[in-house]
Write a protein that binds this ligand. Structure first.
Ligand SMILES: *[C@@H]1O[C@H](CO)[C@@H](O)[C@H](O)[C@H]1NC(C)=O
Ligand SMILES: *[C@@H]1O[C@H](CO)[C@@H](O)[C@H](O)[C@H]1NC(C)=O
Ligand SMILES: [Zn+2]
Length: 945
């Protein structure tokens, strides 16, 4: 037992008062969990992270039903928690009010990694209870059957561990200003970890109300939860904080935090839709002045959502807290959103333009969930895409509403859409809606398909039905299903009701129920244009392989939008290409030269044109780029390169297209181009033609590089974003002036770390290339020492990135080794460290060797069921492009056949290496020929048409 003397009294007095009149049958079995089992699982869960994960396709054990029986419905929980910050353990007890809807003599709910000390049912007799670890069930058997309609009260006393985990109820530590270690306790329950905090019916549709009491040390500590504190009982060393009962909600949204954090407050104006309410931001006291931006933005975006949803915010407050150890970026607990420090704290002397934008994005995402997700929740996790895809899309709208000059609607393309189009062009992808049952499957589905593809498909739907209709459907959906649960079809029903003629449901099924997406081929005919479709796969060899079954045969109902060369006013037409027809004709006047499909790239598909049409598009781009707006220019670049990478288009097309960049001034298209220039540089690195490629790529960047310079603008968000993108590419491609500038700034900084810090926007570039260009070991040591001393989380991330820039393999090896120690790199950041080093060509073989060499220790620390650990293999090997490397990878698999959650990542790694080999074989010659001027240029060819 972990009870301190005082706590014991508190528990007993509470139990006595609460249950004095009841017949309390305490089951006396000691259901002690084995400690080693607990150790293993807490490690398993440490790195569970929702974002961008690979679906792990865990084999389902068909014989096991992981779902709770439907006989009982919980309606209300009274939960009492006492986290002990000194020992890192907690004790708790609860009473759950339950309605019986089918007669049963068993109560089955979730409980995991908890020690259950007593179980009782008021006025009933418990025969026995047992924990079943596979399904994470607590099974209570009563001596008599519970009749239908009975209302019962279940009481449980329990305790558990908070150390060495980032889920359930867990502890986090930080150093205060005086350098003393402070412990706090916090919770992360989504998707399947509430059961590690208290025994509960841990399924999203089992909504109930929660009356929470939390014990915290008296003095500087306090407790916060979803609702406002209504009463505080001072008990000497400890104080009980009693919170107002919640509204009806899912278990995964419950949150409690015991900390000594400071807070700041603002008011959210309801502007006629409900009441104004307070918003507080919590952080460690020495960082409390860093919450100002989050509070200001948080209130503004919440006010926007109230107007957009037209539904009053359902609670009486909405707080946020920055947690020093946090597995994902943030979690949308109703009324108390928690964040990683880098996702909430903004300090203009540490945070870059990108940091600011990311903070706004994360806040806008979590706050969007307060209605879409919290008020209306998916029935089961297989529909999580609707929650996450909607919030992913909405966050761009939300930030755009507050900062309209940040170009967020176009940034959706480069941050969300383009990366997932790459991912989803592989055979190892998966459909948006996919059955999930086990806890591992449930956490695996929080991946880029649910978030980015989900968001992209919702964006396409909004474009198809119109923004106002979409907004109306969202409001209707929220009102109709508030405090309840839904499936995807419920949402589409509301959209359909607003625009019944558009066949929304049928169209959407082709996007949600099969993986991948199409490429549309466009050719000119005498009557206009002809469009056909085919699944887009990035590796031409993949077309030879047998795809997984799909009910739509990998055809999609595509809402096509297009604009044409003679439509100078920019008008847009549309047509739906149904999945079950072979082709679609677009009849247009014969004086129309080019058309461009997928206007603003709001559709989730690529477009390929016959070469003469590409030539016309390039010609238009070159003569007058402004004929296409930012989103369309970014789209043309992205599609041309992706199609060429997939060998569906000559590489000459995107290369010729780059010529127009001399006139490009906007961030989003340049971001596409600059990243592609870096990627090709990495692909060609060890081949002939590399030098002439470098010369060409540097020449493309030279002008814009000169123009932007190294002085950060005071107040021009997009120009600052553009600068970082261009400087990063220029330094990566070895532009001499860029490397020199970085070095000079870096050396000045090392000489005077307090006064000569580069601007936050430039820090990553200065640190990374400063380290890269420095031959002295002491520079690295100096930056490392500064890194160890640094308290600001976002600055630490920047320094950690810089330290990975060394060209010395031994240094990188040492860094990798040092970073294994949690006191040097927090567990939440370890995989970022590994990826940073692996992304450096010098570090890649170091990491690869380390990874294989230390596989037994690594897999013991992080465990095979950790999906982020599993993902490392595809990240480390993503630039491998030779058969020797492929053999090494396969030998490694043979040596350690047990891959756990990394099974799919291993397949993806092999798929990528084969693709890289193929890419070089098919494209290297095209690129070098074009660079040496021996390829026939498109634009001259066009003149002969
Ligand atoms: C914080 O937690 C650690 C680990 O449980 C413990 O060793 C330490 O004493 C705690 N510190 C305080 C101030 O309670
Ligand atoms: C589309 O064009 C590509 C490249 O020319 C070709 O490989 C593919 O077969 C075409 N697909 C269809 C459906 O016409
Ligand atoms: Zn989310």
């Amino acid at each position: 037992m972990f009870l301190s003397g005082y706590w014991l009294q508190v528990v007993l007095s509470w139990a006595v008062v609460a249950f004095a009149t009841a017949t309390v049958v305490v089951a006396v079995q000691n259901a002690k969990l084995e400690q080693d089992l607990r150790d293993v699982q807490s490690k398993i869960d440490i790195f569970e992270e929702w974002n961008g994960a690979k679906n792990q396709r865990v084999k389902r054990e068909d014989s096991i039903d992981y779902r709770l029986p439907t006989a009982l419905v919980p309606t209300h929980y009274e939960v009492y928690w006492h986290p002990d910050l000194e020992t890192g353990t907690f004790t708790g007890q609860e009473r759950i009010s339950i309605t019986v809807v089918e007669a049963t003599n068993q109560i089955i709910l979730h409980s995991y990694l908890l020690e259950i000390t007593s179980v009782y049912v008021l006025n009933r007799e418990v025969e026995s209870f047992e924990l079943e670890t596979e399904r994470q069930f607590l099974i209570i058997t009563l001596t008599q059957e519970l009749p239908v309609d009975a209302s019962i009260t279940l009481g449980i006393i329990f305790n558990g561990q908070m150390k060495d985990k980032l889920v359930g109820l867990y502890s986090s530590t930080y150093q205060n200003e005086a350098g003393a270690q402070r412990n706090i306790s916090t919770s992360q329950f989504e998707p399947v970890y509430a059961r590690q905090g208290f025994p509960c019916f841990d399924e999203p549709a089992m909504k109930a109300t929660f009356a929470i009491t939390v014990v915290h040390p008296s003095g500087s500590y306090h407790a916060i939860s979803n609702m406002k504190e209504i009463e505080s009982n001072y008990l000497g060393d400890y104080t009980e904080a009693i919170f107002e009962s919640t509204v009806k909600m899912s278990t995964y949204l419950v949150c409690v935090i015991v900390s000594d954090f400071a807070s700041q407050e603002t008011t959210v104006r309801a502007n006629g839709i409900g009441e104004d309410f307070s918003m507080q931001a919590y952080a460690t006291s020495h960082q409390i002045d860093k919450v100002e931006f989050a509070l200001e933005f948080g209130a503004a975006v919440t006010e926007y959502y109230i107007q957009y949803y037209k539904v009053a915010y359902p609670l009486t407050k909405l707080d946020m807290a920055a947690i020093p150890d946090f597995s994902s970026n943030a979690m949308e607990h109703w009324g108390l959103v928690t964040y990683r420090e880098t996702a909430l704290l903004y300090d203009s002397s540490y945070s870059s333009t990108l940091n600011k934008q990311s903070i706004a994005g994360v806040l806008a995402h979590e706050i969007a969930h307060q209605w879409f997700g919290n008020l209306v929740t998916m029935q089961w996790w297989n529909d999580i895409w609707l929650n996450e895809g909607f919030a992913r899309y909405m966050q761009y709208k939300g930030v755009n509403a507050v900062h309209s000059d940040w170009g967020m609607l176009e940034q959706f393309q480069i941050i969300a859409l383009h990366p997932v189009l790459l991912y989803d062009a592989k055979l190892s992808s998966h459909p948006i809606v996919q059955q999930v049952d086990t806890p591992a499957e449930i956490s695996a589905i929080f991946d880029t398909i649910s978030y980015e593809k989900g968001g992209s498909v919702i964006r396409m739907l909004e474009t198809y039905v119109g923004a106002e209709n979409f907004e109306e459907a969202v409001t209707n959906y929220l009102v109709k299903h508030q405090f309840q649960n839904t499936v995807t079809d419920d949402f589409l029903t509301e959209v359909d009701a607003v625009v019944p003629a558009l066949g929304v449901k049928k169209l959407m099924l082709t996007w949600t129920n099969q993986m991948g997406y199409p490429v549309l081929n466009v050719s000119k005919t005498s009557a206009g244009f002809l469009v056909t479709q085919q699944r887009f796969l990035s590796n031409p060899a993949s077309y030879e392989e047998e795809p997984e079954d799909s009910e739509f045969g990998y055809k999609w109902s595509v809402p096509i939008t297009y604009t044409a060369s003679t439509w100078e006013d920019g008008s847009v037409s549309s047509v739906v290409y149904d999945y079950d027809v072979d082709s679609v004709g677009i009849a247009l006047d014969s004086d129309i030269e080019w058309i461009k499909l997928n206007v603003h790239q709001t559709g989730y598909y690529r477009v390929n044109y016959e070469e003469s049409l590409w030539t016309l598009l390039i010609q238009q781009l070159t003569t007058d780029p402004s004929r296409f707006d930012i989103a369309d220019r970014a789209h043309l670049l992205n599609d041309a390169f992706a199609l060429a990478d997939a060998s569906q288009l000559s590489y000459i097309v995107p290369l010729e297209m780059t010529g127009y960049l001399a006139q490009e001034q906007d961030f989003v298209p340049w971001y596409v181009a600059a990243n592609k220039l870096i990627a090709i540089h990495r692909s060609l690195m060890f081949s002939e033609g590399y030098v002439s490629y470098l010369t060409y790529a540097r020449s493309l960047l030279a002008n814009i590089y000169q123009e932007l310079g190294w002085t950060v603008d005071a107040n021009n968000h997009l120009r600052n974003r553009l600068r970082v993108s261009i400087l990063s590419a220029a330094c990566a491609l070895g532009l001499p002036d860029c490397l020199e500038q970085a070095s000079t700034r870096f050396n000045a900084f090392l000489q005077n770390p307090t006064t000569a810090r580069p601007s936050p926007d430039l820090r990553e570039i200065v640190y990374y290339y400063g380290i890269q260009e420095s031959s002295s070991q002491s520079s690295w040591q100096q930056l490392y020492a500064l890194f160890l001393d640094e308290a600001d989380a976002s600055e630490r991330v920047k320094m950690m990135y810089g330290l990975a820039g060394s060209r010395d393999a031994q240094t990188l090896f040492n860094f990798l080794d040092l970073g294994y120690d949690e006191s040097i790199v927090r567990s939440q950041d370890y995989f970022t460290l590994v990826q940073n080093i692996a992304a450096n060509p010098v570090g890649e073989p170091v990491v690869w060797e380390y990874y294989r060499e230390h596989w037994p220790e690594l897999s013991a620390r992080f465990t095979l069921t950790n999906r982020n650990f599993g993902r490392l293999i595809s990240q480390i090997t993503q630039n491998f492009a030779g058969t020797v490397k492929l053999e090494e990878v396969q030998q490694f698999y043979a040596k350690y056949p047990e891959a756990g959650a990394g099974a799919n990542s291993r397949l993806e790694a092999v798929e990528t290496i084969k693709y890289n080999i193929e890419w070089l074989a098919r494209n290297r010659a095209d690129i070098t020929d074009w660079l040496s001027g021996t390829a026939s240029p498109l634009l001259t060819a066009k003149n002969q048409l």
